[in-house]
Structure formats: structure tokens, C-alpha cells
Design a protein around this ligand. Structure first.
Ligand SMILES: Nc1ncnc2c1ncn2[C@@H]1O[C@H](COP(=O)(O)OP(=O)(O)OP(=O)(O)O)[C@@H](O)[C@H]1O
Length: 209
């Protein structure tokens, strides 16, 4: 469960105060609202990429408010995927488990499991410049899920895909979230995405009053 209590965050002159919300275990919350209203700022604070001046963020009752991003057990899929140009798909999926020093056999098992579930088993030797938009998104999702984080953050993760790929990738994300039983924070402008993924829908206006 994610519990955000009365946090204050700033980006330059932009300031958000007293932001509070909860996401129960294994549920997906879709956060919606106009451009520039602060959705990404909130997500970045939860990921540890932005300083929280007041309040606290609890993940499974563990206070992560001031932890380093890598110590939070939180994974992010950014809008542009941020894949590593020099790494293969296999290396992307193995990246997090490798950093956490998993045993080689465990890493291989997890890579094969995710690649199978995400439908990218045939792409394991490719680098990002040889992937389509939908394939790149699946790789970014696989990399995010690899270490079995406690929270998945999807920041407008499906923007820019054509209609068919969008629908297929949305289904793929929904299946992954359900299979992995992962608590998810999803930022979107799309009612359709929210309807498909979310058990809780929240407008940023509900948070800032
Ligand atoms: N590094 C920064 N320095 C100054 N202002 C910033 C910085 N990052 C974001 N902002 C400002 O903070 C505000 C909130 O931005 P944020 O990206 O959180 O909005 P958003 O709701 O996610 O928007 P969008 O839907 O367009 O992605 C905006 O006014 C933006 O200009």
C-alpha cells in the first residue's frame, strides 16, 4: 500500500502543498488533470527524484520519504522509456536484478519469464534502435518490473503509440499489473486508459482542493 500524507513539493516557482492520497495493495490509481498541474511532480517525489519538504510517503508502512531512489522499491516507466542505447533487450531486463546482485540463474529465469509474458522473447538480442514503439514500451515495462518492486509508476507511458499498438500495449500493461499484483500509480490524459487500468480514478483537483 502506498500512503502519501500531507506532502509539500516544489519545482522552481511551482509549489504543491498538503497532497494526500492512498493506493491499496495491488490496486491501480489513475491520476488525471490538465497539463502543468503537477502530476509528474507528485510522481517524481514518490520516486525520490524531487525533494519533499513536508509530510511523508509510506510504502507498505515503511517511510521512504527521504530514501535514495534506488532504495525505495519503486519503479518508473517514463513517457520516453529512457532505454539504454548500448544495451540489448536481455541486458535491460537483467539490469535491475544485476544491480541487486541476484544469482545468475535467478536473473536468467526472471528475464525468460518476463520476456515470455511480455511477448518479447524473440527480441532479446536487439538494441533499442531496432525496436518499434510498442516493443520499446514492453522492454521499459519489463525493466521496471524485473526486481519485483512494490510500486510501479507509469507516467503517460502510452502516449505516442498508434491506435492498434496503444490497445495491445494497454492490454499488456493490464495483464502485467494483475499478474505481478503490483500497486500502480498511473498518470494519464486518457479516460480510456484510466477505465481499463484503474480501480481508483483521481483528478489532481481533488488533491489540491
Ligand atoms: N525543473 C523545473 N523548474 C521549474 N519549473 C518546473 C520544473 N519542472 C516542472 N516545472 C513546472 O511545474 C509545473 C508542474 O509540472 P508537471 O510536469 O508536474 O505537470 P504535469 O501535470 O505532469 O503536466 P503534463 O500533463 O503536461 O505532463 C509546471 O508549471 C512546470 O512548468
Amino acid at each position: 500500500m502506498l500512503s502519501v500524507s500531507n506532502i509539500s513539493i516544489s519545482s522552481g516557482n511551482f509549489q504543491l502543498n498538503s497532497i494526500s492520497f492512498e493506493i491499496p495493495d495491488a490496486q491501480c490509481l489513475s491520476l488525471m488533470g490538465p497539463s502543468g498541474s503537477g502530476k509528474t511532480t507528485i510522481m517524481e517525489a514518490i520516486c525520490g527524484l524531487r525533494k519533499v519538504h513536508e509530510g511523508e510517503i509510506l510504502l507498505d508502512n515503511h517511510d521512504i520519504t527521504q530514501l535514495r531512489p534506488c532504495d525505495r522499491n519503486v519503479a518508473l516507466v517514463p513517457q520516453d522509456n529512457a532505454l539504454f542505447p548500448h544495451l540489448t533487450v536481455h541486458e535491460h531486463l537483467a539490469f535491475g536484478p544485476g544491480l541487486q546482485k541476484w544469482e545468475t540463474a535467478q536473473i536468467q529465469q526472471r528475464v525468460e519469464q518476463l520476456a515470455t509474458e511480455l511477448g518479447i522473447l524473440n527480441l532479446l538480442d536487439r538494441k533499442p534502435n531496432m525496436l518499434s514503439g510498442g516493443e520499446s514500451k514492453r522492454v521499459a515495462l519489463g525493466r521496471a518490473l524485473a526486481t519485483r518492486p512494490r510500486l510501479l509508476c507509469l507516467d503517460e507511458a502510452l502516449t505516442g503509440l498508434d491506435e492498434t499498438t496503444h490497445a495491445e500495449t494497454l492490454d499488456c500493461i493490464k495483464s502485467s499489473i494483475e499478474r505481478e499484483k503490483i500497486t500502480t500509480l498511473h498518470i494519464t490524459h486518457s479516460q480510456q486508459e484510466a477505465k481499463t487500468l484503474a480501480s481508483i480514478k483521481l483528478s489532481i483537483h481533488d488533491l489540491i482542493g
